[in-house]
Ligand binder design. Sequence first.
Ligand code: HDE
Length: 705
Amino acid sequence: MNKSKKPVTSDKGNNEGFHPKEATVTVGNGGEWHQIATGDQPVLTTNQGLPISDNQNSLRANPKGPTLLEDFILREKITHFDHERIPERIVHARGTGAHGFFELTHSLEKYTTAKVLTEEGLQTPLFTRISTVAGGSGSSDTPRDVRGFAVKFYTKEGNWDLVGNNIPVFFIQDAIKFPDLIHAVKMEPDRGFPQAASAHDTFWDFISLTPESMHMVMWVMSDRTLPRSLRMIEGFGIHSFRLVNAAGESTFVKFHWRPKLGLQSTLWDEAVKIAGADPDFHRRDMFEAITTGCFPEWDLAVQLFSQEEADTFPFDHLDATKLIPEELVPLQVIGRMVLNRWPDNFFAETEQVAFCPSHVVPGIDFSNDPLLQGRLFSYLDTQLSRLGSPNFHQIPVNAPQCPFANHQRDGHMQMAQPTGRVAYEPNSLAIDSPHEQPVTGFYSTLIAESGAKGRIRAESFADHYSQARQFYCSQSSYEQAHLASALVFELSKLEHPHIRAAMVGHLRHIEEKLAQRVAFGLGMDDLPQVPTAAVAVQDLALSPALQLIGKMKDTLEGRMIGILLSDGSDAASIDEVKKAVLAEGAKVKLIAAKIGDVKLADGSMIKIDGQLAGTPSVLFDAVVILLSDEAAESLGNEAAAIDFVRDAFGHLKAIGIDNGGELLLKTAGITQDDGVFAVSNSLEHFIAASKTRQWEREAKIRTLA
Ligand code: HDE
């Protein structure tokens, strides 16, 4: 018997790994795999269950001869490998998923029959996938991009998919424009670049010719598209949906996810550098949070309103380029989502999960938003092409967790084996077969429709600038500067000056000063002409709730602090900083010039988490530099150390120092400001400052538009 715990491998071509008498066989069971026999290690088999004696050598005619076609084991293995990839999502290809639950804390019984929204205290299992939009599945986590926010609730009454984004509005009003929008933003077809970037001609060409996108463009150019963590973004269902109660009355609803950790973003320069330092920054952050028990959490809130109320809004709520300010219709928190389980297998779950906005439960219905109406078709279609079969609902991550049965049969990769001769309804031959449920089943709300059929856009959709203006004007001055600078960066990348000019023309409708800032940043001598607007731009009431800075939380929870140290660093200082940071719910990583152990001044050894060159300060929310004088002097000749402190300072982070740290800052040419603290006497101030950014520093170190 093989007692070794080591994997059984052989490069000698012998049979030492195979022990037929104690073979462990692995069998499939509706998509799950079970070990059914004993032994130290499972036996490696083909997909037909044949034990394999040699997994190192293919079958050759002689030791130096050609490989034989007869080698069915080689062919099965390679063929399977050749087919490992399925088409990636045409949008939202790069995503991070996790399991969790939704707990209802406030019943909406008055408005809906949906049990997931009426049974207080009920915990509904769910799977959530957060994604970028434009890049391929292997692209980095931190481009400037919208984040998809899709949640599949496995309710008692079937799956409910709430497939939203981290921005409450969208680029276009009508689904028929979606392929154009996506073709414009994705890599240009003749050259195959840029990957995961909107800073190129085709995107801005399309946008400049599509005024309805201006509101969304304001959001996309804000720091909302540069999240610090996926745990620190909001989610929005975007469209109006309907809730329908037992009396058949319907109420409009907008869904909002609110992160418990508050909102937090990176700076643009930081996001760019993170992409190099750790392309998996967001996925790793989520993985580390969930696997260490710091479960990400969001509140679910709703905005509820009637048709009569909607008629008084100065915009049309069926237009997905508009939002309903919280000041107009307040948010009501009705429950919370906790993500507490990382998937066992990325492909099986995160890649194969199939969301469809058409997956609703009784008591939830659609509105006439023309973007939503198009999506109701698109997602089912895309699953057929990606997952290759109308049986995609049988894949465990997609399968409802309530009983489900109907008379649909057969098809590619059918896993179910229904019995009996009846596969139709109505029938009298199998009274226990699935029958429709007129009372509790899903029904579509009765809505009277009138008007002329045609390819016509409602006049109420014509105002493209007022909410863009409201968004920009509601931002803090720091956020306005970031937004203007983002526009300068993106438009500066264009080869075609006429697109630049067209964009600045649109900005003049939104806010004249914004247009001036961007034009100045782009080196334009004169402001371009203002394009004709279909309707006059309105001055809507400012909405402070649209700020990101306003929604940052005064907390270190979920944050990461980096301590740069060296041989000879002071053990007591390290200990004090660590304790203070951990007490606030943040995590600490220790960085030194070399990986391994560092010998501190008191002779104790401490384990290092990251090597300096591979662990730059962009990976942290705040940093502490605790060095012996000698180490500070030698690190002064180390570009990675200079970059570490310069970037931390440039990214407006709080910096804690001791004498050695002060020396390194000096060598790096940094003039200390109010965001730099001696940890010996100002540790608590350092902690407080680490919860935010040193915004006042920015104007002194960076020219913003
Ligand atoms: Fe999507 N979208 N979309 N979308 N979308 C897809 O479905 C589509 C839109 C969103 O993590 C695709 O399974 C059309 C708005 C998310 O798996 C596809 C239109 C919003 C995800 C598709 C839109 C979204 C997708 C690609 C215009 C925010 C990722 C793969 C009518 C409310 C879900 C797939 C995941 C994915 C089509 C517009 C969000 C092709 C036609 C608006 C979060 O079906």
